[in-house]
Design a binder for this molecule. Structure first.
Ligand code: 8YV
Length: 338
């Protein structure tokens, strides 16, 4: 059987990846590059072997039930697979793969960009200078922020990305604390001088910055809820390059508005009905830094993610186990906290 695998790619991918897919597979790309409506997704999958999905494809029980019988694999372009009902997909006999590791370092870099942007007033300084032309020249008291060095960082989820953030943060002089389902071995902890907290509530009370690095699963939904946000130290702040659902956003906004929290630096935020205007107002007031789900948005990472998708598809179609098979674990998402 030498027939080329037939694949549907739901979003535009870097040119080199589309070109390579075009030679290896019978490839249909959603040229419009907008999230596909469920009906169009199902129609586009007629006779296809593989769905190359992204975070904007909602692959729930209902959609899985409607998939043409030809579809045997969902190859997610991305690390998180929380847009896919993994239990339902596996129960339907589909293989699901993702693209971990290749985006770890870039995502960790972005966490540091965000972590520094708030206390060093990056956005505010740029705006005053460039947009408002409001710089009268240097003065000893101009634009004073606060140093990160010496502060305590609490990492929630010490998987690949959490660990990469810890390594960077350690180099910036932060003290590393972490909460994870499983304690990491001494080989990970010791170089970081990392303090493990089996109790998230207790860690939350002890740190100056909380940075979230878990996948979105049933267990991590609003892991930073109103109660935990209230427990955070006066003047502390939140960094999120993971998923908006990990935080009770309304409670986060309220905590910043009241002055309890000094701010938040978010690459992800609730956006179903547009961005919360109160969150945007806080961004205008320079208490919140917002970036638009950009943490893995480097050309290099996106090409390597595309290459991982290709490797997964080829292995699967050749009858081998794809390198990044998503395993059943009773929850939506990955087994490991990354
Ligand atoms: C992508 C991500 O922006 O991999 C992930 O989990 O959030 C990002 O790399 C996007 O999800 C790709 O589908």
């Amino acid at each position: 059987n030498t027939r080329k695998p037939r694949i549907l790619v739901t979003r535009r991918l870097p040119e080199v990846i589309e070109a390579r897919m075009g030679t290896l597979f019978e490839t249909d790309v959603n040229e419009a590059d907008l999230p596909l409506h469920a009906d169009d997704l199902v129609a586009g999958l007629a006779d296809k072997d593989v769905l190359v999905s992204s975070i904007t494809d909602i692959i729930d029980t209902r959609l899985i039930a409607r998939l043409p019988a030809s579809v045997r694999m969902i190859a997610q372009f991305g690390n998180g697979v929380d847009n896919i009902d993994i239990d339902a997909a596996l129960a339907a006999g589909l293989s699901v793969t993702n693209t971990p590791s290749v985006l770890t370092e870039d995502t960790a870099d972005m966490a540091m960009v965000l972590m520094l942007a708030l206390p060093r007033r990056l956005i505010e300084g740029t705006q005053l200078l460039v947009r408002e032309r409001a710089w009268a020249g240097w003065s000893p008291t101009w634009m004073l922020g606060h140093r990160l060095r010496g502060k305590t960082l609490g990492i929630v989820g010490m998987g690949r990305i959490g660990t990469a953030v810890a390594q960077r943060a350690k180099a910036f002089g932060l003290k590393i604390h972490y909460y994870s389902r499983n304690r990491r071995p001494p080989a990970v902890e010791e170089p970081l001088e990392a303090v493990y907290w089996p109790d998230l509530d207790a860690m939350i009370e002890a740190v100056d910055i909380v940075s979230l690095h878990t996948p979105r699963t049933r267990e991590t939904f609003r892991i930073l809820d109103a109660n935990r946000l209230e427990r955070m130290k006066q003047g502390s702040f939140v960094v999120n390059v993971s998923r908006p659902e990990l935080v009770d956003e309304a409670a986060l906004v309220a905590g910043i508005e009241s002055g309890h929290l000094s701010g938040a630096a978010l690459d992800v935020f609730e956006n179903r009905n547009g961005i919360n205007p109160r969150l945007l107002a806080l961004a205008e007031a320079n208490k919140v830094v917002l970036t638009a789900h950009m943490a893995s948005a480097t050309l290099e990472a996106r090409i390597e993610m595309g290459e991982a998708v290709i490797v997964n598809i080829r292995a699967f179609m050749d009858g081998h186990q794809p390198p990044h098979l998503v395993l059943p674990d009773g929850s939506h998402g990955l087994k490991r906290a990354d």
